[in-house]
Every structure is written in C-alpha cells, then in structure tokens.
Design a binder for this molecule. Structure first.
Ligand SMILES: Nc1ncnc2c1ncn2[C@@H]1O[C@H](COP(=O)(O)OP(=O)(O)O)[C@@H](O)[C@H]1O
Ligand SMILES: [Mg+2]
Length: 258
C-alpha cells in the first residue's frame, strides 16, 4: 500500500512554513495541574523540541500522563505552567479562534477510538476538518478527501458509514481525517491500541510513511514497546515527568547507571 499523501500546493500559505531550523513543536517547562481540594498533577516541567520529519514515541505506564502531554502539545488543553510553542510561536496569548485555526492547519489528531461521526460516510468524516478550516470549496474538499482515502487503500470505501467498516479500516479513515488539512504534524494517542496485529501493522506503516515519504512529523503515544522501538525517538514518562528522551534504538535509562 502506498501511503504517500502529497502536500498540496497551498502549503505555500502554510502558517508554519519553515523560516529556519525552528522546531515545529516545543514544550518549555510545560506543566498541567488540575486545581481542586486535592490538586492532580498531570504533567510536570516538560521541556523538549520536535522538528520536521521526526517520528517520536511517547511511552510510560498507564496513568503516567502520556495523553495529558499529547493534549498539551495539541493545544487541546492549556498548560498551567510554562508554554507550548508551535513553529516558534508562543500559543497562550492566542484567542480561541486563532488557536483553533492554528490547530486545524498544523496538527492532525488520531485517537485510540476513531471518534468518527457514526451517521456520516467515511468521505464526509474526512471532509469535516476541511469544512472547519473553511479554505476549500465543496468540490475541492471532496476531491482531497477522495485522494487521501485512496492513498490509504480505502478508495472503494468512501461512501460507507463507520459501522460498515472493519476496525482497521475505521482507524485508517481516522488517519485520513487527520491528514485532511495537510498538517505538518500528526499527534496520535494509542492509534493502534484497539487493533489486531495485522491492522496495527498497516496503521503503523501508514504513520511511518507519513514521516519517511511525506516528511511529516508524527508523535505517537503507545504502550507497545515493539512499535516504540521502530520509531526514531522515545520520550518516556513516569508520574507526569519525562525521565528519558533518547533515540528509540537505545534502551530507556531512568536512573543513574550503577
Ligand atoms: N480530568 C481528570 N481529572 C482527574 N484526574 C485526571 C484527569 N485526567 C487525567 N487524570 C489523571 O492524571 C493521570 C495521567 O492521566 P493520562 O494523561 O490520561 O495518563 P496516560 O495517558 O499515561 O494513561 C492519571 O493518573 C489520570 O487518572
Ligand atoms: Mg492515555
């Protein structure tokens, strides 16, 4: 299967066109604490930068803050300390509309459970982020959705509703939706977490192709250490804290070497 989904010509209007080697996403002492009688710390003092074309795994035990960190990077939740920068731009001062526009144009999301709208066809689901961004005509949106679905091996399935597709096909539609606005970054939270091994392999190969062939950046939360080892870099969390950030081929070291 070819997963190449070509960058569209309008990338020239890309709000995050590379001016230099500025990282695409940066967390700078970013943290998130939920207030309340007993405050809950989700993420502590995360500082790292991710550039174009990186394939990054976020790993850690259940409850270690992986999803919380991904939601910070994706501007879905605001940090309560520190900041998240997209293409060098600080994001806290953006108003809701500007933040939503930046998110739609820059970041595509894939979740463990596909979150496709059940009453919509696959094609209509893929068109949703394009409709929200509002930069294409109906015909352009439809053509782009068909192009992406075809690139992900779903050319004959665009008219089907999610309940008429297999789990692996649904997750590929979710990847297609994430690619709708041609974002340079894909953020994925356990994208293969509910799939069998064959579909896991297909979805992983698609994500890998987005990095290797398209030059996109993919940051994926996974508890599958075999998959993490096939990515380039692994950020490991324990109790909301990054305890290791190294090439995925190297073992995670979380303490002093004795
Ligand atoms: N809205 C919330 N209210 C209270 N606790 C939460 C909330 N969201 C997450 N948590 C807690 O924060 C910790 C980190 O959660 P999460 O980021 O989902 O971890 P992971 O994705 O690594 O399993 C967990 O202990 C979780 O129970
Ligand atoms: Mg999670």
């Amino acid at each position: 299967m070819t997963a190449t989904v070509s960058a569209s010509a309008e990338m020239s209007g890309d709000p995050v066109a590379p001016a230099s080697a500025t990282p695409l996403i940066e967390a700078v002492h970013a943290g998130r604490v939920l207030g309340g009688t007993v405050p809950v710390t989700l993420v502590k003092d995360a500082t790292f930068a991710v550039g174009r074309g990186e394939f990054v795994a976020i790993t850690g035990p259940s409850g270690s803050g992986k999803s919380s960190l991904l939601y910070l990077l994706g501007l879905l939740d605001p940090p309560t300390s520190g900041e998240i920068r997209i293409a060098g731009r600080e994001t806290a001062s953006l108003d809701d509309d500007a933040r939503a526009a930046l998110r739609l144009a820059t970041l595509g999301f894939v979740f463990q459970f596909h979150f496709l709208l059940p009453e919509f066809s696959a094609l209509a689901n893929v068109m949703i982020p394009m409709r929200r961004l509002g930069r294409r005509t109906e015909a352009e949106m439809r053509a782009r959705a068909e192009e992406i679905l075809a690139a992900l091996g779903l050319a004959d399935h665009g008219h089907k509703r999610p309940d008429q597709l297999s789990g692996g096909q649904r997750q590929r539609v979710a990847v297609a939706r994430a690619l709708a606005n041609d974002p340079p970054v894909i953020l994925a939270d356990e994208p293969t977490g509910s799939l069998d091994s064959k579909s896991t392999g297909q979805v992983f190969d698609i994500l890998d192709g987005l990095v290797r062939r398209d030059g996109r950046t993919v940051i994926a939360v996974t508890h599958d250490l075999d998959l993490a080892a096939r990515m380039q870099r692994r950020i490991h969390l324990v109790d909301g804290l990054i305890v290791s950030d190294r090439p995925a081929s190297e073992p995670v070291r979380t303490g002093p070497l004795l």
